[in-house]
Design a protein around this ligand. Sequence first.
Ligand SMILES: *Cc1c(COP(=O)(O)O)cnc(C)c1O
Length: 369
Amino acid sequence: MRPIKAVLRCSALAHNIGVVRRHAPHSRIWAVVKAAAYGHGLKRMVPVLAAAAGPDGLALLELDAAIQLRESGVSKPILMLEGFFTADEIALYARHRFTSVIHSLRQIEMLEAASIEKPIDVYLKLNTGMNRLGMMARDAIPALARLRACGKAGVITLMTHFADADGPAGVAEQHERLKSVVSQAGIAAQLPLSLANSAAILRYPETHADWVRPGIMLYGCTPFADEPEFSAAHFGLQPVMTLKSEIIAVQDLVTGDRVGYGGTYAARKPMRIGIIACGYADGYPRHAPGTNQHGTPVLVGGRRTRTVGRVSMDMIYADLTPVPDAGVGTPVTLWGEGLSADEVADAAGTVSYELLCALTPRVAVEVLE
Ligand SMILES: *Cc1c(COP(=O)(O)O)cnc(C)c1O
């Protein structure tokens, strides 16, 4: 067996749910598990997610995955973050008790025309500035009236999503817009609210409201990629996924030798490099730099070093100078325990979200309690 594997520590997920609870003690928690639980595999996380001590509900947007959750016995509320796409899905929502985001007039029309025996719970989504999904404030009050009148919406919750809770713009303007909709109509004032993603949970307690929607922090990464002082460790978050491999070959270089496709790294002194069984076909970011100026952090034998050379499909290269005793078989951590995916992502010009989601099916997975 090729030595690469992703080790998933379920106790870290449970721990991180606890971190959410400590930050938002008065809110219920939707664990965001879209994109196969951010690449971890939804089924593998179900024992923690479905536990009584786990989150209060699960939020995702893939209908097939949501149905599989019900079929595997998950009875907690399930929130569909993009709602139904076509009218024929509404019957499935009713049958499986899925809560639907309603972000457009089109969806309201479909719901009005649907024939369902029981109403479905809905999250009326307002566009308060993200300009992705959601209704403008002026359309929200009539939308609410139609939802109430059609008799097919059960519990109605108002939601919005922040564009820059992790950045300099913050949440104030969007939060104000939401509050102004709530104050515009008496009926809206009594509705539950859901606003906060991980960044807002960690930084803006005033947005916690009735339901929070953590994603990335559950998996042990930070939403504040641009602020090293707000690392995952700073918040006490533990990585769920550790991507491990081994050195499968060693090369001794002399000064001037080049490494990998395009020869983007040149040895400036005699040095040893280790060839690691991990490449972009495993989900390692191809743009992770390995030039003379910039490397990407990697742990070899528990010691920190850097990549050299360009990421290829199946292999990357590590400078073994800081680990002279390393050789074939020495364990390597690409990210996870001891080296946050946030750091690797930052070096590669992306975010940990993308690294976790990009893990490919050929990587063996080991699930630990
Ligand atoms: C993905 C998503 C979240 C979770 O965001 P994180 O930054 O991962 O916490 C919350 N709400 C909505 C609507 C989402 O799409």
